[in-house]
Design a protein around this ligand. Structure first.
Ligand code: EPU
Length: 462
């Protein structure tokens, strides 16, 4: 397995373009099942989760080809309806094929997703919503089997104990576009990825109103056409780069920064002493160009994760590594996944100090972190450990970086282009697979400023 070896202490400086969003791209790709026409997606990030979705769709009769930088998806065989355990068990986002496949083919067999590193992640709301649209659903040998002649519009409440469901909303909305009559989804997820999906479905001929609000009204249509759509930039990747820059007291410019989608995180950044300044001055806030700088000493913060437009759970871990270095005590409460704290124990190995009570963690700011070998067991926890490694004194080894490859495009190369001292190695043989000393290979990444050695590095000085 691959691991990252990081020598901490470099201040990040340079410019990056934010890649397309993984969590937007997965349901957009699944929507190809809804039409008999070619769907063209631009800005699809090159990630292992996207490769898995390509494989899954291939097994469901969809050909996915790469045409001059864009992905073209076309249904070749609509008779294949089984999303097998092999793929689904490695990627929960696979559940996004359920609604579209059922709506278009009248039948879907999808392996029930299993547990997850950060706790129980049920799909009861997805299944109840589809049943309300008229689907007959049963469990057979670990597979969800859903059948329907033609779905019928209904009023569906999608709220659960932890808020709405993002992929559940994507599934029900995608199914309802081909249902007979009108569907109202109440307590729909308001996440920007849902807006991106609704925009694309409408461009394909669907009639969806209210995307981005908790009430969606969908008038079913007979069929959908193809379209060309650009995947929105990844708000979590954008936030991760901003936090990494601030943690190292660096200065970076980010293009395609999804400003509108990150207002809650920007508010906490402001409280902590991170300045995110718009450079483009244009009216478009969905893809801004920003400069990120930070105060030399960070202030503590109190934050609670919530469904959008609240603070995103997918940035909780990254913020935690930053707050380890703040001047005082911070409090993080996790309201979406109360068990999503695996990074706490690993950060402790690097000198961080925490007190956890249930879904709340108190972080006592320390003068610096120290390098250590740490292991991540989910995507965002891995990102948090990389940020900690960038600021820690000495060498940090983050094992199992396949988690990062699910959600960050060549993370080591992007960080190296900003000045990080990082390499990807094989944990068994020690072979260097890529090192920042080879950084000229990094594509489309422009260095705009070298770190200024005259500025002393405050955060991370142990
Ligand atoms: N929930 C239920 N019943 C359901 C579905 C969800 O009770 O039927 C609960 C969950 O247990 C959780 C909450 O509702 O407590 C929210 O879960 P949600 O369904 O919204 O999560 P998801 O759609 O499975 C997506 C992202 C996650 C992100 C969450 C929350 C994708 C592929 N995944 O998951 O992204 O954390 O929304 O914003 O879009 C990641 O990228 O690292 C990641 C985990």
């Amino acid at each position: 397995m691959h691991q990252f070896e990081i020598n901490g202490g470099a201040r990040l400086a340079g410019k990056l373009k934010v890649d397309g969003s993984k969590n937007a791209a997965l349901p957009l790709m699944a929507a190809s099942l809804l039409a008999d026409y070619t769907l063209t997606l631009q800005n699809v990030p090159e990630l292992s989760d996207i490769d898995k979705m390509v494989r899954l769709l291939g097994e469901l009769g969809v050909t996915c080809t790469d045409e001059s930088g864009a992905m073209e998806l076309f249904v070749k065989d609509p008779t294949l309806c089984h999303a097998r355990y092999d793929v689904v068990s490695t990627m929960r986002g696979s559940i996004c094929v359920l609604g579209p496949m059922l709506a278009r083919r009248g039948k879907a067999r999808v392996s029930m997703p299993g547990g997850c590193a950060f706790g129980h992640r049920p799909i009861d709301l997805h299944l109840r919503g589809l049943e309300q649209l008229g689907a007959r659903i049963r469990l057979e040998n670990g597979d969800i089997v859903a059948e329907a002649d033609r779905l019928k519009g209904a009023t569906i409440f999608l709220g659960g104990p932890f808020g709405s469901t993002v992929t559940g909303t994507a599934n029900i909305m995608s199914a309802a576009v081909l249902a007979e009559g009108t569907t109202v989804i109440e307590s729909a997820a308001c996440e920007p990825e849902i807006v991106d999906l609704a925009n694309m479905l409408n461009a394909m001929g669907a009639r969806i109103e209210g995307a981005g609000s908790p009430r969606l009204v969908i008038d079913g249509v007979e069929e959908l056409k193809g379209t060309t759509h650009s995947v929105m930039p990844d708000r979590i990747v954008a936030g991760t780069w901003a936090i990494a820059a601030a943690a190292t007291n660096g200065e970076i410019v980010l293009e395609r920064f999804p400003w509108d989608s990150l207002l809650a995180a920007l508010d906490v950044m402001d409280q902590v002493g991170i300045r995110v300044e718009r450079l483009d001055g244009g009216p478009c806030c969905s893809e801004a160009t920003v400069r990120v700088t930070s105060d030399r000493r960070l202030k503590p913060a109190v934050l609670t994760t919530q469904p959008h437009p609240g603070f995103p759970t997918d940035l909780q871990a990254q913020f935690m590594s930053l707050l380890c270095l703040a001047d005082g005590n911070s409090v993080i409460t996790e309201k979406i996944y109360p068990e999503r704290f695996m990074h706490v124990a690993e950060l402790t190995r690097m000198g961080a100090q925490f007190t956890r009570q249930g879904p709340t963690v108190v972080i006592q700011g320390v003068p610096g972190l120290v390098g250590a070998q740490v292991m991540a067991c989910d995507l965002r926890a891995s990102a948090c450990l990389v940020i900690a490694g960038l600021v820690a004194k000495g060498r940090t080894v983050v094992t199992r970086v396949y988690h990062l490859d699910r959600g960050y495009v060549q993370m080591e190369k992007q960080l190296a282009a900003l000045g990080a001292d990082i390499q990807r190695t094989d944990d068994k043989t020690g072979e260097v697979i890529w090192s920042s000393s080879m950084a000229t290979e990094a594509p489309s990444i422009e260095i705009i400023a070298q770190p200024d050695p005259a500025k002393t590095f405050v955060q991370g000085d142990a």
